[in-house]
Design a protein around this ligand. Structure first.
Ligand SMILES: [Zn+2]
Length: 146
């Protein structure tokens, strides 16, 4: 007689299968919240195209920020740059709610000092230094984040 405990049939193969399944399906934490954020962003972008539904687009964008804040999730910088921080307007080029220009305030007119200015209808201006590093990529666009 052996001293080892008796195991039911197939018990040795079960952990292996479970590990394979775990590796195949990587679960995303807060998946439902990300889906909600994605829906709200897409709805805001869709509604911003029509001038009669601009107010609804602003409400959607505002709720997207509120959901992200409540569930402590980071919005992508690309998403954050398309929504005004003050009035929650969708800042797309074709929406007419944003004025975009490149400003260079250096005395030598150095191209490295080029700054992209996006001015919303409400008066808020956001400035992005585009001249310093032309090949600059956001952390979300880098290959490490996927
Ligand atoms: Zn604004």
């Amino acid at each position: 007689m052996s001293s080892q405990p008796v195991r039911p049939e197939g018990s040795n193969s079960k952990p292996g299968k479970a590990q394979k399944k775990k590796q195949q399906t990587k679960s995303v934490p807060h998946r439902d919240q990300y889906q909600r954020l994605s829906f709200l962003y897409q709805a805001a972008a869709h509604m911003a195209g029509d001038p009669s539904t601009q107010a609804l687009a602003r409400v959607y964008a505002q709720s997207m920020k509120a959901v992200a804040k409540k569930s402590v999730l980071r919005l992508s910088p690309n998403v954050k740059r398309t929504v005004c921080k003050k009035c929650h307007r969708f800042l797309a080029e074709n929406s007419g709610s944003v004025t975009t220009r490149i400003v260079n305030e250096s005395t030598a007119n150095d191209p490295r000092c080029d700054v992209l200015e996006k001015t919303c209808v409400c008066g808020v201006t956001r400035r992005f230094p585009v001249g310093q590093n032309r090949k600059y990529r956001l952390w979300a666009d880098s290959a490490r984040v996927s």
